[in-house]
Write a protein that binds this ligand. Structure first.
Ligand code: NAD
Length: 457
């Protein structure tokens, strides 16, 4: 373990205590440094993402670099407005008075990130932490070592390391970090480790944001533009890191009679996108490592799935590639219907009536995202009202997370808290209630002795 990991929170607390991170100019300088990293080192970041995930350059740029850059630019543009005290109305109870909500930094915060979007999922929480005036430690994922190394090198070179630090490492390092006292922990990853983080945070009464995953359903009605729907589902599944995305469509629900049309549309568009042999396509990321490859093959080769693969199924372990695969009606108790897939496999389950989808979804843990393709207004309204999920998109997939005006986060098993845009600033701020009064209007009715006359006031 690198020297100083045990004491990093304490060290940064000294910098935070000195007040530098609260200064607006410091925050601006650090956000500008982040932007400089993104602008000057794009190629290095793309290369690291290629090395970790074989991520296509287009996806590396659009999903990670451009996303991080626009989050940073938005924070720079809005920072002064976000930090201004928000005036709120007062009532007769406190008359005469004025009231404000003052956003103050929490202190020293820890960001633990994951491997699937290892750049933006590290940078975007840091943008929130710095904007809000905190000192921050980032622990990137050991599963994406090239990006972890680039983050450590570049943040070390460009940022004020007295208040912004990167600690590389895996479970031992994270465990040592979690023993320390933080003012907020922002964790992205699976829910098993989410529970470890929450338990460690409880010891110090540290608040947490948990950005977790889950099984995000896609419901496909039959009254739609099928070609557009198929393309948008493919784009949100295989076009986002080959299914290794937290909001990736995890399973599809459609009607029995529509299923074969949907499978045909997937087959046709998939061939348009990835050619006849998708294992040869350069537009699909690899599976991140052989552990995850074996996990996915185990889902695919489950006897409860056998004979139900209607598209794909090919694999090449030497290249860590699995072809986009569609499984029609795996049994309810199959592994693939009970674990988050997080890879290029997509089961389709069928129902008699499309309205049955709501009962199926609500019988499971609350997902991070839910998608519906339909032109039926009643179904859309029922879906929005009755399905609880972190976020939702009607007639597309995954795009909600590109809107900085929407909070991004889970609910229940898919997480707690949210970020993106101003929500990132809020995630790392304390909202302090400030009531101001003068010395006029002092009424004796509030003071003892509590006579009957005062009760009747
Ligand atoms: P991972 O293996 O990289 O783990 C995440 C982090 O937890 C890493 O930094 C790792 O070092 C740390 N960690 C692992 N085991 C630990 C332990 N025992 N104690 C302390 N720390 C530990 O990533 P993962 O969990 O495989 O990530 C995939 C999951 O993340 C999926 O469930 C996915 O849906 C979810 N995810 C969520 C979001 C979101 O924004 N909501 C984004 C991406 C991924």
């Amino acid at each position: 373990m690198a020297a100083g990991v045990e004491t990093v929170a304490e060290e940064l607390r000294a910098a935070y205590g000195g007040g530098k991170t609260r200064d607006l100019e410091w925050r601006v300088s650090q956000l500008k440094a982040l932007l400089k990293i993104i602008n000057l080192h794009e190629n290095e970041i793309v290369e690291a993402l290629r090395s970790d995930l074989n991520k296509p350059e287009y996806e590396a740029f659009v999903h990670e670099i451009a996303g991080a850059s626009s989050a940073c630019k938005l924070a720079l543009k809005e920072l002064r407005r976000w930090t201004m005290p928000e005036k709120v109305k007062t009532t007769m109870t406190t008359y005469p008075s004025s009231a404000h909500i003052v956003s103050e930094p929490l202190g020293v915060v820890l960001v633990i990130s994951t491997w699937n979007y290892p750049f933006i999922l590290s940078i975007e929480p840091i943008i929130g932490a710095i904007s809000a005036g905190n000192a921050v430690v980032l622990k990137p994922s050991e599963v994406s070592p090239a990006t972890s190394a680039v983050l450590s090198k570049l943040l070390g070179e460009y940022m004020d390391t007295s208040a912004v630090r990167v600690v590389e490492g895996s479970v031992p390092e994270t465990t040592v970090l979690l023993e320390q006292k933080w003012d907020k922990i922002f964790y992205t990853g699976n829910s098993k480790v989410g529970r470890i983080v929450l338990a460690a945070a409880a010891k110090h009464l540290t608040p947490v944001v948990l950005e977790l995953g889950g099984k995000s359903p896609v419901v496909v009605d039959s009254n739609i533009d099928l070609k557009v729907a198929a393309r948008r589902i493919i784009s949100g599944k295989w076009g986002c890191n080959n299914g290794q995305t937290c909001v990736s469509p995890d399973y599809v629900i459609t009607t029995k009679e529509y299923a074969s049309k949907l499978v045909d549309a997937f087959a046709c568009e998939m061939e348009n996108f990835y050619g006849k042999d998708p294992l040869q396509s350069n537009d699909l990321s690899s599976v991140v490592n052989s552990r995850h490859f074996d996990r996915l093959i185990n889902l695919l080769d489950d006897e409860k799935v056998s004979g139900k693969i209607v598209l794909g199924g090919q694999r090449d372990k030497t290249k860590l590639k699995i072809a986009p695969s569609i499984i029609l009606n795996p049994s309810e108790d199959s592994l693939i219907m009970n674990e988050e897939i997080f890879g290029p496999l997509l089961p389709i389950i069928t129902v008699d009536k499309i309205e049955d989808c709501i009962g199926i979804i609500t019988s499971k843990e609350k997902p991070l995202a839910a998608y519906l393709f339909s032109n039926n207004e009643k179904l859309k309204n029922d879906f929005i009202s009755n399905v609880s999920s972190g976020g939702m998109v009607i007639n597309d997939t995954t795009l909600h997370l590109a809107e900085a005006s929407l909070p991004f986060g889970g609910v229940g098993e898919s997480g707690m808290g949210s970020y993106h845009g101003k929500f990132s600033f809020d995630a790392f701020s304390h909202k302090k209630a400030v009531l101001k009064r003068g010395f006029n209007g002092d009424v004796s009715v509030r003071y003892p002795p509590y006579t009957n006359g005062k009760l009747n006031f």
